[in-house]
Design a protein around this ligand. Structure first.
Ligand code: GDP
Ligand code: MG
Length: 163
């Protein structure tokens, strides 16, 4: 029970880094290696006096591109069922990838609110590059650096407003 926020997106965009920041404890394991197997993580977060569940949709390892895509789709579908709000994370350093576009297609079919979180916006130059993500057509878009925490407050404010 309670309000649940799920962080979805392809591997290595920074989902677990944000998850750790929301929990302010080292529950999820952040790894430098893209696609390393990680379980789904569940945690409790507090913001503006509100408490909510957070799901970090974990990674998985795959030899084949097919299985990889299928697994991401599965994770997103589970998150769409379990969560009240979806944080869809993308990475400014790679720009929009085919996998991002796949996830976006799934999320557009969701009746639940989707917040597009453009991550790794660590500096002004990247902020300019991040404008590319407006083309994905999500109404709620946030630019953040999960690593430094910049911009995460605005995202959480928007999430907490829905509780
Ligand atoms: P996940 O696979 O989506 O859970 O991504 P992780 O949270 O494991 O992060 C993948 C890599 O991106 C790690 O090396 C992180 O340190 C790095 N990373 C995460 N957030 C940021 C950020 O805001 N800026 C930068 N420069 N790197 C980040
Ligand atoms: Mg992760």
């Amino acid at each position: 029970p309670g309000f649940t926020v799920a962080i979805v997106g392809r591997p290595n965009v920074g989902k677990s880094t944000l998850f750790n920041r929301l929990l302010e404890q080292r529950k999820a394991i952040v790894d430098d290696v893209s696609g390393v197997t990680r379980d789904r993580q569940y945690g409790l977060a507090d913001w503006n006096g509100k408490t909510f569940n957070v799901i970090d949709t974990g990674g998985f390892v795959s030899r084949s591109e097919d299985v990889f895509e299928r697994e991401i789709r599965k994770q997103v579908k589970i998150a769409m069922e379990e969560a009240n709000v979806l944080i869809f994370m993308v990475d400014v350093t790679t720009g929009i990838t085919d996998l991002d576009a796949d996830v976006a297609d799934l999320l557009r079919r969701s009746a639940k609110p989707v917040f597009l979180a453009v991550n790794k916006v660590d500096n002004h130059e990247r902020q300019l590059e991040a404008a590319e993500f407006y083309s994905m057509g999500f109404e709620n878009i946030f630019f953040l650096s999960s690593m430094s925490g910049s911009g995460t407050g605005e995202l959480l404010d928007a999430v907490a407003e829905l509780i």
